[in-house]
Design a protein around this ligand. Structure first.
Ligand code: UN1
Length: 512
């Protein structure tokens, strides 16, 4: 895959061309059949890419399958060495790649860099993991028998990623899959192909110098839904890891299940924080601000609901209103604004629709308006919205991928837990309290029903060391740390008879 930029097109396109070439992507001008890539910072076209054709996609999957057949025979620690080198290359190119993330997605500079750091971290994790792909041994019930399990490579892993973490999500999957002995086929969001092309070029540079890395070990499919469907339906791809909306995941999950593949789904979140009477409000305020407004509300872990005890509501909410009214919104490469643009016009329309629905249920909306002064007409900058909602209904139970924080009031702790769990999604959650009973209750079986539950922290910004994902409509998948690697391998259970008799399990007799 090549990225095409007409150098004279505009200043931002020129900057992108420079970054791409520093990352080893040769500029190339297409004359036809191109997909335009735009930057949400200004709405300008920053590149042109060609979609992968169905025939090319099938050929790439075949090549990835061949690559897996060779790669699975390479010892795991040696596979880890390739991932170590990938991490080194990412360290070297962190600035350039982070900047490209900022230009293509609109994240502020430190978040663009943070995303690349997340890639480096998961590479480090995977290198260690390459010597720790442990199976168990069990006591056999039969004399002179050994019972054990091993974990083996499974095949090409399909990765479908969303625009909001255009490179980190690939790395959570790819770094693990590669040490597990799998190849990787990536279908990034059609909104962010340039960062994907850059990362793939960087990987190819590393792999080309690595003795024993087969061609097609990590490949890229560019395009929209039709290209993704080819990946989802291909039985040569035993695992498909998909990040994005619940609507997308429902389709991917069903289609992958139909052919008995394994889907790892990381879908919508409608994450809440509970603020208890004993909370440290200064600390909570900072955590809430980053959780709800960071990444312009476009993380799946973004804080979307705040459940505040009535005794602290009038202390906390006026302070929050002030923060919302004053937070800097703007182009993150032209200023040090903390809130960048929404990804596109559709995201803006979705936000306005949710705010209108909130007014319909009697909510009071603070902020949420578009900032146009000094911005191009095709860039969508908004003031984050703080919405005091009378009850948890309508837009409050939905995920809108924009900076909207719904604030609800509670009086009894049980009610707060009920509200926290009373939405279809189950990704992340948190509680602000200094009461140890409340804190531990929140983490217990009868507390939060989410995949992630934090104490005195926000809902977003998880470290790679833990398993990442959530329950209910979030899809149930786990990626990244802990033992998430097991989803990228097949488990083999083996019994070995080292005796001279042939006892059967469960005491069954069958004497011939
Ligand atoms: C996502 O928004 O898809 O926990 C992932 C976080 C990040 C990952 C977010 N480490 O917010």
């Amino acid at each position: 895959q090549q990225a095409a930029v007409k150098p004279a097109e505009n200043g931002l396109a020129q900057a992108v061309a420079q970054i791409l070439s520093s990352l080893g992507v040769a500029p190339h001008v297409y004359s036809s059949g191109e997909r335009l890539v735009r930057s949400p910072l200004t709405g300008e076209t920053i590149g042109r890419v060609k979609d992968t054709t169905p025939a090319e996609a099938r050929a790439a999957i075949a090549e990835a399958h061949d690559a897996y057949l060779a790669w699975r025979a390479v010892p795991a620690p040696r596979r880890g060495e390739l991932v170590r080198l990938l991490g080194d290359a990412l360290r070297q190119d962190k600035e350039a790649l982070g900047r490209l993330v900022t230009i293509e997605v609109g994240k502020i500079v430190s978040e663009g860099l943070g995303e690349v750091q997340e890639m480096i971290d998961i590479c480090d994790f995977a290198v260690g993991l390459s010597r720790q792909l442990y199976g168990l041994t069990m006591g056999s019930e039969r004399p002179d028998h050994r019972l054990m399990e091993q974990w083996h490579p499974i095949g090409p892993v399909g990765v479908i990623s969303a625009f909001n973490f255009p490179v980190a999500v690939w790395s959570w999957n790819a770094a693990l899959a590669l040490v597990c002995g799998d190849s990787v086929i990536w279908k990034p969001s059609e909104k962010t192909p340039l960062t994907a092309i850059a990362v793939t070029a960087l990987f190819e540079r590393v792999a080309a110098k690595f003795d024993g890395a087969p061609k097609g070990l990590a490949t890229l499919l560019i395009g929209g839904r039709d290209v993704g469907e080819i990946l989802v339906d291909d039985a040569r791809v035993p695992v498909v890891s998909a990040t994005g909306s619940t609507a997308m995941g429902r389709i991917v999950g069903e289609r992958v299940a139909k052919r008995f593949g394994r889907a790892i789904l990381e879908l919508g979140g409608n994450n809440a924080s509970i603020v208890c009477p004993s909370a440290d409000l200064d600390l909570a305020l900072r955590a809430i601000a980053f959780g709800a407004m960071g990444t312009a509300g476009q993380r799946c872990t973004t804080l979307r609901r705040l459940i505040v005890h009535e005794s602290v509501y009038d202390k906390l909410v006026p302070r929050l209103k002030q923060v919302y009214a004053n937070v800097s919104v703007g182009n993150p490469i032209a200023s040090d604004a903390l809130v960048g643009p929404l990804i596109d016009e559709a995201a803006f329309a979705g936000m306005q629709k949710a705010l209108a629905a909130a007014r319909d249920i009697g909510a009071t909306v603070h902020g949420g308006e578009r900032h146009t002064a000094g911005h191009s007409a095709s860039a969508y900058y908004v003031r984050p919205a703080l919405v005091e909602a009378p009850e948890q209904t309508g837009p409050v139970v939905e995920e809108t991928f924009a900076p909207i924080l719904y604030v609800l009031k509670y009086s009894e702790f049980e009610e707060a837990i009920r509200l926290q769990n009373g939405v279809p999604q189950g990704l992340s959650s948190s509680i602000f309290t200094t009461d140890m009973r409340e804190a531990d209750r929140f983490l217990s079986a009868t507390g939060s029903d989410c995949g992630i539950a934090n104490i005195n922290m926000g809902s977003s910004g998880a470290e790679i060391g833990g398993a990442f994902g959530g329950e209910k409509e979030t899809g149930g998948g786990r990626e990244s740390g802990s033992d998430a690697w097991k989803a990228y391998m097949r488990r083999m259970t083996s019994a070995v008879n080292y005796g001279r008799a042939m006892p059967l399990a469960q005491g069954v007799k069958f004497d011939i």
